[in-house]
Design a binder for this molecule. Structure first.
Ligand SMILES: C[S@@+](CC[C@H](N)C(=O)[O-])C[C@H]1O[C@@H](n2cnc3c(N)ncnc32)[C@H](O)[C@@H]1O
Length: 245
Protein backbone atom coordinates (compact mmCIF):
# COMPACT_ATOMS: atom_id res chain seq x y z
CA UNK A 1 0.00 0.00 0.00
CA UNK A 2 2.80 2.39 0.91
CA UNK A 3 4.52 1.62 -2.38
CA UNK A 4 1.31 2.27 -4.35
CA UNK A 5 0.86 5.61 -2.63
CA UNK A 6 4.48 6.51 -3.36
CA UNK A 7 4.06 5.55 -7.01
CA UNK A 8 0.88 7.57 -7.48
CA UNK A 9 2.24 10.62 -5.70
CA UNK A 10 4.29 11.07 -8.87
CA UNK A 11 1.22 10.99 -11.14
CA UNK A 12 -1.64 13.40 -11.81
CA UNK A 13 -4.26 10.74 -12.43
CA UNK A 14 -4.99 7.45 -10.69
CA UNK A 15 -7.73 6.12 -12.91
CA UNK A 16 -8.83 6.52 -16.54
CA UNK A 17 -10.54 9.79 -17.44
CA UNK A 18 -10.18 13.32 -18.74
CA UNK A 19 -11.40 16.83 -18.06
CA UNK A 20 -13.88 16.40 -20.94
CA UNK A 21 -15.28 13.16 -19.53
CA UNK A 22 -15.65 14.66 -16.06
CA UNK A 23 -17.34 17.72 -17.56
CA UNK A 24 -19.63 15.55 -19.70
CA UNK A 25 -20.88 13.59 -16.70
CA UNK A 26 -21.27 16.78 -14.66
CA UNK A 27 -23.35 18.43 -17.38
CA UNK A 28 -25.76 15.49 -17.41
CA UNK A 29 -26.06 15.46 -13.62
CA UNK A 30 -26.49 19.22 -13.30
CA UNK A 31 -28.67 19.93 -16.33
CA UNK A 32 -31.86 20.52 -14.32
CA UNK A 33 -30.50 20.91 -10.81
CA UNK A 34 -29.07 23.62 -8.65
CA UNK A 35 -25.81 22.08 -7.38
CA UNK A 36 -24.57 23.88 -4.27
CA UNK A 37 -23.12 21.15 -2.08
CA UNK A 38 -20.94 18.35 -3.44
CA UNK A 39 -19.07 15.51 -1.76
CA UNK A 40 -16.38 13.64 -3.64
CA UNK A 41 -15.38 10.21 -2.35
CA UNK A 42 -11.90 8.83 -3.06
CA UNK A 43 -10.68 12.17 -4.44
CA UNK A 44 -6.99 11.16 -4.28
CA UNK A 45 -4.75 14.08 -5.19
CA UNK A 46 -7.79 15.80 -6.67
CA UNK A 47 -7.66 15.81 -10.43
CA UNK A 48 -11.45 15.79 -10.59
CA UNK A 49 -11.94 17.84 -7.41
CA UNK A 50 -10.52 20.97 -9.00
CA UNK A 51 -12.54 20.36 -12.16
CA UNK A 52 -15.73 19.81 -10.17
CA UNK A 53 -15.28 22.97 -8.12
CA UNK A 54 -14.75 25.00 -11.29
CA UNK A 55 -17.62 23.40 -13.19
CA UNK A 56 -20.14 23.68 -10.37
CA UNK A 57 -19.11 26.78 -8.45
CA UNK A 58 -20.41 24.74 -5.49
CA UNK A 59 -18.80 23.97 -2.17
CA UNK A 60 -16.99 20.63 -2.44
CA UNK A 61 -15.96 18.32 0.40
CA UNK A 62 -13.16 16.09 -0.90
CA UNK A 63 -12.85 12.82 1.03
CA UNK A 64 -10.00 10.30 0.96
CA UNK A 65 -8.28 8.18 3.59
CA UNK A 66 -4.76 8.78 2.30
CA UNK A 67 -3.03 11.75 3.94
CA UNK A 68 -0.22 12.03 1.34
CA UNK A 69 -2.72 12.38 -1.52
CA UNK A 70 -4.73 14.91 0.45
CA UNK A 71 -1.63 16.92 1.14
CA UNK A 72 -1.03 17.17 -2.63
CA UNK A 73 -4.66 18.19 -3.09
CA UNK A 74 -4.33 20.92 -0.44
CA UNK A 75 -1.38 22.36 -2.38
CA UNK A 76 -3.45 22.35 -5.58
CA UNK A 77 -6.33 24.05 -3.78
CA UNK A 78 -3.99 26.81 -2.65
CA UNK A 79 -2.38 27.17 -6.08
CA UNK A 80 -5.77 27.49 -7.76
CA UNK A 81 -7.16 29.83 -5.09
CA UNK A 82 -10.15 27.56 -4.45
CA UNK A 83 -9.79 27.52 -0.63
CA UNK A 84 -13.26 29.02 -0.16
CA UNK A 85 -14.87 26.27 -2.17
CA UNK A 86 -12.96 23.05 -1.43
CA UNK A 87 -12.72 21.45 2.00
CA UNK A 88 -10.37 18.47 2.25
CA UNK A 89 -11.46 15.77 4.69
CA UNK A 90 -9.37 12.76 5.69
CA UNK A 91 -11.79 9.93 6.38
CA UNK A 92 -12.94 6.61 5.01
CA UNK A 93 -15.51 6.58 2.23
CA UNK A 94 -17.71 4.38 4.38
CA UNK A 95 -17.47 6.45 7.56
CA UNK A 96 -20.73 7.60 9.15
CA UNK A 97 -21.73 11.27 8.74
CA UNK A 98 -23.58 13.42 11.26
CA UNK A 99 -27.31 12.79 10.96
CA UNK A 100 -29.09 14.90 8.36
CA UNK A 101 -25.92 15.63 6.36
CA UNK A 102 -27.06 16.04 2.77
CA UNK A 103 -25.50 16.94 -0.55
CA UNK A 104 -26.92 17.90 -3.92
CA UNK A 105 -24.33 15.74 -5.64
CA UNK A 106 -22.11 12.78 -4.74
CA UNK A 107 -19.09 12.25 -7.00
CA UNK A 108 -16.63 9.35 -7.14
CA UNK A 109 -14.15 8.59 -9.94
CA UNK A 110 -12.44 5.22 -9.93
CA UNK A 111 -12.83 4.78 -6.18
CA UNK A 112 -16.18 3.26 -5.16
CA UNK A 113 -14.86 -0.26 -5.86
CA UNK A 114 -12.54 0.12 -2.86
CA UNK A 115 -15.48 -0.27 -0.47
CA UNK A 116 -17.58 -2.37 -2.88
CA UNK A 117 -20.04 -0.72 -5.23
CA UNK A 118 -23.13 -2.14 -3.54
CA UNK A 119 -21.91 -1.06 -0.13
CA UNK A 120 -21.07 2.42 -1.45
CA UNK A 121 -24.54 2.84 -2.96
CA UNK A 122 -26.16 1.68 0.30
CA UNK A 123 -24.15 4.02 2.50
CA UNK A 124 -24.18 7.10 0.31
CA UNK A 125 -27.94 7.10 -0.35
CA UNK A 126 -28.58 8.61 3.10
CA UNK A 127 -26.47 11.61 2.08
CA UNK A 128 -28.87 12.55 -0.71
CA UNK A 129 -32.35 14.09 -0.54
CA UNK A 130 -34.88 12.49 -2.91
CA UNK A 131 -33.81 13.56 -6.42
CA UNK A 132 -30.24 14.25 -5.22
CA UNK A 133 -27.69 13.13 -7.78
CA UNK A 134 -24.83 10.67 -7.77
CA UNK A 135 -22.11 10.22 -10.39
CA UNK A 136 -19.55 7.46 -10.20
CA UNK A 137 -17.23 5.59 -12.50
CA UNK A 138 -16.64 1.86 -12.37
CA UNK A 139 -15.17 -0.99 -14.38
CA UNK A 140 -17.61 -2.90 -16.60
CA UNK A 141 -17.57 -5.82 -19.00
CA UNK A 142 -18.39 -4.85 -22.57
CA UNK A 143 -17.88 -8.12 -24.43
CA UNK A 144 -20.62 -10.72 -23.79
CA UNK A 145 -17.89 -13.38 -23.62
CA UNK A 146 -14.65 -11.93 -22.35
CA UNK A 147 -11.51 -14.07 -22.70
CA UNK A 148 -10.76 -16.35 -19.75
CA UNK A 149 -7.36 -14.66 -19.38
CA UNK A 150 -8.80 -11.21 -18.80
CA UNK A 151 -11.53 -12.59 -16.54
CA UNK A 152 -8.86 -14.29 -14.42
CA UNK A 153 -6.75 -11.16 -14.34
CA UNK A 154 -9.49 -8.96 -12.85
CA UNK A 155 -10.62 -11.74 -10.53
CA UNK A 156 -7.09 -12.07 -9.17
CA UNK A 157 -7.00 -8.30 -8.68
CA UNK A 158 -10.08 -8.69 -6.48
CA UNK A 159 -12.17 -6.56 -8.87
CA UNK A 160 -15.83 -7.24 -9.58
CA UNK A 161 -16.75 -6.23 -13.10
CA UNK A 162 -20.42 -6.14 -14.05
CA UNK A 163 -22.22 -5.64 -17.31
CA UNK A 164 -23.57 -2.13 -17.80
CA UNK A 165 -27.18 -3.29 -17.40
CA UNK A 166 -26.33 -5.17 -14.22
CA UNK A 167 -24.73 -2.06 -12.74
CA UNK A 168 -27.86 -0.09 -13.66
CA UNK A 169 -29.97 -2.77 -11.96
CA UNK A 170 -27.76 -2.56 -8.88
CA UNK A 171 -28.41 1.19 -8.66
CA UNK A 172 -32.16 0.55 -8.93
CA UNK A 173 -32.08 -2.21 -6.30
CA UNK A 174 -30.34 0.23 -3.94
CA UNK A 175 -33.01 2.92 -4.34
CA UNK A 176 -31.73 5.05 -7.22
CA UNK A 177 -33.08 5.90 -10.62
CA UNK A 178 -30.43 5.82 -13.36
CA UNK A 179 -30.43 8.91 -15.56
CA UNK A 180 -27.66 7.96 -17.96
CA UNK A 181 -24.40 6.11 -18.38
CA UNK A 182 -21.57 6.24 -20.87
CA UNK A 183 -18.34 4.38 -21.53
CA UNK A 184 -14.98 6.17 -21.35
CA UNK A 185 -12.99 6.66 -24.56
CA UNK A 186 -9.72 4.95 -25.38
CA UNK A 187 -8.07 8.37 -24.95
CA UNK A 188 -9.28 8.38 -21.31
CA UNK A 189 -7.37 5.14 -20.72
CA UNK A 190 -4.29 6.53 -22.46
CA UNK A 191 -4.45 9.60 -20.20
CA UNK A 192 -3.99 7.19 -17.31
CA UNK A 193 -1.60 4.61 -18.75
CA UNK A 194 0.81 6.78 -20.76
CA UNK A 195 2.16 8.77 -17.79
CA UNK A 196 2.17 5.55 -15.73
CA UNK A 197 4.25 3.75 -18.37
CA UNK A 198 6.81 6.57 -18.37
CA UNK A 199 6.89 6.97 -14.61
CA UNK A 200 7.08 3.29 -13.57
CA UNK A 201 10.73 2.50 -14.52
CA UNK A 202 11.99 5.73 -12.91
CA UNK A 203 9.95 5.09 -9.77
CA UNK A 204 11.04 1.43 -9.60
CA UNK A 205 14.73 2.35 -9.71
CA UNK A 206 14.29 4.93 -6.92
CA UNK A 207 11.91 3.17 -4.51
CA UNK A 208 13.52 2.08 -1.24
CA UNK A 209 12.22 -1.53 -1.28
CA UNK A 210 13.36 -3.10 -4.56
CA UNK A 211 11.41 -6.32 -4.11
CA UNK A 212 8.08 -4.53 -3.52
CA UNK A 213 8.82 -2.11 -6.37
CA UNK A 214 9.36 -5.10 -8.66
CA UNK A 215 6.00 -6.61 -7.67
CA UNK A 216 4.14 -3.32 -8.16
CA UNK A 217 5.86 -2.72 -11.50
CA UNK A 218 4.96 -6.21 -12.73
CA UNK A 219 1.36 -5.79 -11.64
CA UNK A 220 0.88 -2.58 -13.61
CA UNK A 221 2.80 -3.86 -16.63
CA UNK A 222 0.39 -6.80 -16.65
CA UNK A 223 -2.63 -4.52 -16.26
CA UNK A 224 -1.46 -2.39 -19.21
CA UNK A 225 -0.80 -5.51 -21.30
CA UNK A 226 -4.37 -6.64 -20.53
CA UNK A 227 -5.69 -3.35 -21.82
CA UNK A 228 -3.57 -3.56 -25.00
CA UNK A 229 -4.79 -7.07 -25.66
CA UNK A 230 -8.35 -7.11 -24.28
CA UNK A 231 -9.22 -3.41 -23.94
CA UNK A 232 -12.27 -3.78 -26.20
CA UNK A 233 -13.76 -6.39 -23.85
CA UNK A 234 -14.04 -4.16 -20.78
CA UNK A 235 -14.11 -0.50 -19.97
CA UNK A 236 -14.76 2.24 -17.52
CA UNK A 237 -18.20 3.81 -17.43
CA UNK A 238 -19.79 6.77 -15.70
CA UNK A 239 -23.18 6.14 -14.11
CA UNK A 240 -25.35 9.15 -13.41
CA UNK A 241 -28.29 8.54 -11.13
CA UNK A 242 -30.56 10.16 -8.56
CA UNK A 243 -32.05 9.04 -5.30
CA UNK A 244 -35.50 7.64 -5.95
CA UNK A 245 -38.06 8.44 -3.27
C1 LIG B 1 -7.85 4.71 -8.00
S1 LIG B 1 -7.70 6.03 -6.87
C2 LIG B 1 -8.70 7.26 -7.68
C3 LIG B 1 -8.35 8.64 -7.22
C4 LIG B 1 -8.95 9.80 -8.03
N1 LIG B 1 -10.39 9.79 -7.97
C5 LIG B 1 -8.48 9.73 -9.48
O1 LIG B 1 -9.25 9.29 -10.33
O2 LIG B 1 -7.31 10.11 -9.73
C6 LIG B 1 -8.67 5.50 -5.49
C7 LIG B 1 -8.65 6.47 -4.32
O3 LIG B 1 -9.50 5.95 -3.30
C8 LIG B 1 -8.87 6.14 -2.04
N2 LIG B 1 -9.42 5.15 -1.11
C9 LIG B 1 -9.31 3.79 -1.14
N3 LIG B 1 -9.99 3.23 -0.13
C10 LIG B 1 -10.57 4.25 0.54
C11 LIG B 1 -11.44 4.33 1.68
N4 LIG B 1 -11.87 3.23 2.32
N5 LIG B 1 -11.84 5.54 2.10
C12 LIG B 1 -11.43 6.68 1.47
N6 LIG B 1 -10.62 6.68 0.38
C13 LIG B 1 -10.20 5.48 -0.07
C14 LIG B 1 -7.39 5.98 -2.31
O4 LIG B 1 -6.60 6.62 -1.33
C15 LIG B 1 -7.28 6.65 -3.68
O5 LIG B 1 -7.03 8.03 -3.55
Amino acid sequence: MEAMIDLFLGLERMSPGSQETTAGAFQIAAQDRDIRKVVEFGCGSGISTIALARLSGASVIAVDNSAPFLSQLKQKVERTGLQQQIKVQEQSMDAAWPEETQFDLIWSEGSAYAIGLENALKRWRALLPPGGRIVLSDLIWIDPQPDAEVQDFWKNQGETLRYRDDTRKLFVSQGYQVIDDFVFSDQDWRNYYQPLKTHLPRWKSMYSDAETAGIVDQMFQEEMRMYDQFGSQYGYAFFIAERAG
